[in-house]
Design a protein. Structure first.
Length: 170
């Protein structure tokens, strides 16, 4: 059953926060066959407009992305600065951190305002080129953080710093 007031129109990604990204990538590749992994370091100057709970705060993280079917897997290792990733590791240890959800039919800013009106403001935000992202403070009511993203039409992910274990076969 679908309700007309839904903000979530689908799930794109499952994301984990880890202490050792390389070790975790190798485990997911060896045990589940997930890969190849697109791996890069995100932080200034690649990331801009970084905010944590509304305050401008720089941070960086190493992240890896791989796909199984239509589902994106993301592994995140905090590198520098305060972040909700570091907070999560300190409070919970490694594990599932957030789910990236689609918000089709709702503009990015409107989605942020709608979540905020429901008591779930942005925890952390930033921009990677023309891609905007926000982590929504839904951990209390929904037991996990949600992420929303705005990508421009025709967005193509840039080449990573490296692929693990090898680049995809075209």
């Amino acid at each position: 059953m679908a309700f007309g007031n839904g903000l979530v129109s689908g799930v794109q990604q499952v994301a984990l926060v880890v202490h050792d990204l390389d070790l975790t990538m190798s485990k997911y590749t060896e045990q589940l066959g997930i890969g190849p992994w697109w791996v890069t370091l995100y932080g200034p100057p690649r990331l801009t407009e970084m905010r944590i709970r509304g305050a401008e705060i720089p941070y960086s993280m190493k992240l890896a992305i791989a796909w199984t079917g239509d589902t994106m897997w993301e592994l995140i290792q905090p590198v520098s600065g305060p972040s909700i990733y570091k907070e999560f590791l300190e409070a919970h240890g490694e594990g599932l951190h957030h789910v990236l959800v689609e918000h089709r039919g709702t503009e990015f800013e409107s989605a942020i305002m709608a979540f905020s009106a429901r008591g779930c403001p942005p925890l952390m935000e930033g921009r990677f080129g023309e891609v905007r992202f926000a982590y929504i403070d839904t951990e209390g009511p929904l037991k996990t953080v949600l992420e929303i993203v705005e990508r421009p039409e025709g967005f193509v992910r840039p080449e990573p710093d490296y692929w693990y274990p090898t680049p995809p076969k075209l």
